[in-house]
Design a protein around this ligand. Sequence first.
Ligand code: NAD
Ligand code: IPM
Ligand code: MN
Length: 358
Amino acid sequence: MEKKITVLPGDGIGPEVVAAAIRVLKVVAKKYNHDFQLAYAAIGGAAIDQFQDPLPEETIETCKQSDAILLGAVGGPKWDNNPAELRPEKGLLRIRKVFDLYANLRPVKAFPSLLDASPLKREVAENVDLMIVRELTGGIYFGEKKRSETEASDLNIYNREEIERIVDNAFELARVRRGRLCSVDKANVLETSRLWRQIVEEKKEHYSDVTVEHNLVDSVAMKLITNPGHYDVVVTDNMFGDILSDEASVITGSLGVLPSASIRSDSFGLYEPVHGSAPEIAGQQIANPAATILSVAMMLHYSFGLQEEAAEIERAVNAVFEDGHYTADLVKDGGIALSTDEWTDKVIAEIDTNFVAD
Ligand code: NAD
Ligand code: IPM
Ligand code: MN
């Protein structure tokens, strides 16, 4: 198979974890005889420094020529006091919007060998396998913003079409998983949530094979930690999904293992770890590349339909954890931490048995 991928390393640990993930992608390409052509482009702080724009036109054009995008992370203290339009995060929000990537899939799976790294009790965290479906191109992130000396506002706005399409995605996923959907809102206070809840109720008539519950976001924030095994598919708006997905990472032991796919109705998609640019550990080769490597697996699955190749990456990551190899974020009690590249070497050796690290 021939595919074009735009690679956007971004800022902080972004370039390190993306380099690791690309090494894994290349090994998979070789093993399964695929031709993945890579085009690198700038986003975020790196793009501001080079082009005075967090999402240069050139980058958009490169993405348009490709079948999928792999992104590291954006942001860092260097740009934190920039005006809104010149913030790295603006580049990320714009690329999601420009490409209409409205459905953000954030799977949360507990790796058995990482259970000791989770602050949760083993019996609470084990067997967790849930999917957060986060609306990604609407809501308070994109509503009108105003600011004066004395007042500021962010409009939280959703229309029917925006809610219907993400809710449909969530129902479709639930029906091929365990048939359970939890819709998360704040319908006791917010009008957007009341519309959201009404649409989920309407849609459920068409998905009689799916069991639906509505839950308020504050209570889900609690139950996600006390009883994460309860959840299968969780569908929610842009802001709640952002917060709940970082919270859910605690179940797995580290934010460094959570991948994500931002997709739309065709096969095009953007793949990125859930975590950010972690500026305080950037450039030290200590970041966990698992989230980005698993994001590549999601790309193979969702954009290219390469299920076997995607499963092979997941198997390799799991095997490396099972063998007791971890980066610093997962090491406990004086254990030895591998560097980003050393840990990636282990994953590559799982996929290519002839591989010898130098
Ligand atoms: P963060 O996700 O970067 O880091 C949170 C914590 O997790 C830190 O302690 C960090 O060291 C750790 N961590 C994150 N990823 C890790 C990894 N792969 N391996 C090991 N440890 C890891 O969140 P933050 O510190 O709140 O934000 C830092 C910057 O990243 C900000 O500028 C923010 O806007 C940006 N950000 C970007 C994205 C994105 O590009 N998708 C997502 C979140 C935050
Ligand atoms: C994420 C990030 C982004 C978001 C930021 C960096 C704009 O936190 O992808 O989870 O809030 O969507
Ligand atoms: Mn986030």
